[in-house]
Design a binder for this molecule. Structure first.
Ligand SMILES: [Zn+2]
Length: 129
């Protein structure tokens, strides 16, 4: 192995170690919900109800979750008691996406740095054939 190969190998090992740490971090993240939480105040159809004319008399607020499914926006009402937990799940989803992006970046670095003669599918051991 040349000196450059050696340095690249060390950097690849470091990148894979980073990958492993991020993978452990991902496993520790709780329920991850990829959705947006919205609070809505609505207008009803009852004659004489002030909600149509006065924004302050609108009904609610009601909590809604929205997300995309096959290109379409899906909306579901959620009870106010669930909002606290749902916020946490949404924060978990952001964390998970950050960690996954870090894993992908570390894997790209490892793939690009790895000297040809040490390429194995599993890990860091040089090929022995
Ligand atoms: Zn109304």
């Amino acid at each position: 192995m040349t000196e450059k190969d050696n340095l690249n190998m060390k950097a690849a090992v470091a990148a894979l170690r980073r990958y492993g740490k991020l993978k452990e971090e991902a496993a520790r993240i709780g329920t991850a919900l990829a959705a947006t939480l919205l609070s809505r105040r609505t207008v009803c159809g009852k004659p004489g109800c002030g909600c149509r004319t006065d924004p302050a008399q609108r009904h609610g607020p009601y909590w809604q979750l929205t997300w995309k499914e096959k290109g379409k926006t899906v909306t579901r009402r959620v009870p106010a008691e669930a909002v606290c937990v749902i916020r946490e799940w949404i924060a978990n989803s952001r964390r998970l996406r950050r960690v996954l992006a870090g894993m992908e970046s570390a894997a790209r670095q490892a793939a690009a740095l790895r000297p040809k003669d040490t390429a194995t599918s599993e890990g860091l051991e040089p090929r022995r054939n």
